[in-house]
Design a protein around this ligand. Structure first.
Ligand SMILES: Cc1cc2nc3c(=O)[nH]c(=O)nc-3n(C[C@H](O)[C@H](O)[C@H](O)COP(=O)(O)OP(=O)(O)OC[C@H]3O[C@@H](n4cnc5c(N)ncnc54)[C@H](O)[C@@H]3O)c2cc1C
Length: 388
């Protein structure tokens, strides 16, 4: 066993850290100002276009895209440091292409879909979304009601999706629907590639979330999808969907480590400067413990993340570890950021500091890709007989 990152992965991590320091952190003032004045806090199209050019020139696109598609085929261990750096800033930027759908597509496409969807996506030329959640089925997607019914060579999809990130901007959405009309939605869960301009695919509501994030509600009204756009096999969508969710959970853990480290660093810099009751805050045991416990938990979480990434790279089963990691990382980061906010006093409550946005972003993560309670249920179920 050794804990050294390969030289090329360490260099990649250094490069992304530099990109974040030089290009993303300077945008935080504008992000905060937009958020505080009720505008869309996300990076503007102009800001994104500039970042796209810089990151492409730096060779930071298609990091984990398959080499067969011109990507670099980077393993999960290489991406922990990349996402830790990206998670440390509130100027949220995705190095194209977004990994989860990439991995789901790579695992499922046929030749026709490879050319039409995977190849341009792997090159970073298109944006995608995933439509799983519904008003009546979120944590438990097996309760989904959106149905796909065969009509000749096509499929007709009817239903409603909610909380779909990027649904309005995405060139295509991987839409989960059930082809089983007998009631067992999970048994019929099927993925479809639905283009933004596909008739019957209607984005009906923009929903602002915490920390300037945005999701959408989507109505599927007699949405006719050509048969060749069924992704993978009919009724076999659950497995590939888990590949996707697992990839996002790895990213999320790394983002949380980055966010927690940023908050800890801010607290560590500030506490020795601020005096109350004749002493520096850094002399107080409560603040020392926030720093010591925070650093310990970040260290533990980083080891968990690298271990889980390594197991994924070996093709090993991480169903228990990835749920542990998702719960631990999100709750760890929430705690560290909250302590940092407390340490800064009223300054920590302002919208002039990035802490509230880091906190909101991490708070969202305790819900999406499975709420903490559901992941604890999975861990417990994998460790003991939980049946009534
Ligand atoms: C910022 C954001 C972005 C998102 N993006 C997407 C997206 O792109 N695509 C998409 O499909 N979905 C997306 N989602 C939806 C997300 O995956 C769901 O919100 C999540 O799975 C929870 O579903 P729900 O909101 O319906 O909560 P519910 O299923 O109603 O659960 C509510 C609460 O009940 C509790 N609970 C549920 N089940 C159990 C259990 N078994 N044991 C104990 N407690 C339980 C938990 O505390 C849970 O938070 C996003 C959500 C957010 C917040």
């Amino acid at each position: 066993m050794h804990f050294e990152l390969a030289e090329e992965h360490r260099m990649l991590q250094d490069l992304v850290q530099k990109f974040v320091r030089d290009e993303l952190i300077p945008l935080e003032g504008a992000v905060l100002a937009r958020e505080a004045s009720g505008q869309d806090a996300a990076l503007t199209a102009v800001e994104r276009a500039r970042l796209d050019k810089i990151s492409k020139d730096l060779g930071l696109w298609s990091l984990d895209a398959p080499e067969s598609e011109g990507g670099m085929g980077m393993p999960y261990v290489a991406l922990v440091g990349v996402n830790e750096a990206l998670g440390s800033t509130i100027a949220t930027y995705t190095l194209p292409p977004d990994s989860p759908n990439l991995q789901m597509l790579a695992a499922t496409v046929n030749d026709e879909q490879r050319e039409a969807y995977l190849a341009p996506y792997a090159r970073g030329e298109t944006i995608s979304a995933i439509g799983i959640s519904e008003p009546g089925a979120g944590a438990d997607p097996a309760g989904m009601k959106t149905k796909a019914v065969r009509d000749g060579d096509d499929w007709i999809i009817n239903g409603r999706k909610i909380w779909i990130t990027r649904a309005a901007e995405a060139d295509f959405t991987i839409l989960m629907a059930t082809t089983n009309t007998e009631g067992n939605a999970k048994a019929g869960m099927t993925a479809f590639l639905v283009d933004r301009d596909n008739p019957g695919f209607k984005v009906v509501r923009r929903i602002p979330m915490l920390a300037g994030e945005v999701t959408y509600e989507v109505l599927l009204e007699d949405c006719r999808v050509p048969g060749w756009k069924l992704l993978g096999a009919e009724g076999q969508g659950f497995g590939p969907m888990q590949i996707r969710l697992g990839t996002r959970r790895m990213e999320m853990a790394a983002w949380c480590i980055g966010a927690a480290q940023r908050a800890l660093d801010m607290m560590r810099d500030y506490a020795p400067q601020r005096r109350t009751f004749g002493s520096r805050l850094s002399e107080r045991q409560s603040i020392q413990w926030w720093v010591a416990d925070g650093a310990t938990k970040i260290h533990a979480c980083r080891l968990m993340a690298y271990h889980c990434a390594w197991k994924l790279d070996q093709g090993m089963d991480v169903r228990t570890e990835i749920s542990m990691l998702k719960v631990y990382a999100t709750e760890m980061a929430q705690g560290v950021i909250d302590n940092a906010m407390q340490c800064f006093g009223a300054m920590g409550m302002t919208k002039e500091m990035p802490l509230h946005m880091l906190a909101g972003r991490v708070r969202n993560m305790r819900i999406y890709d499975g709420p903490s309670e559901v992941h604890r249920m999975v861990v417990a179920r994998n460790l003991m007989d939980t049946r009534p």
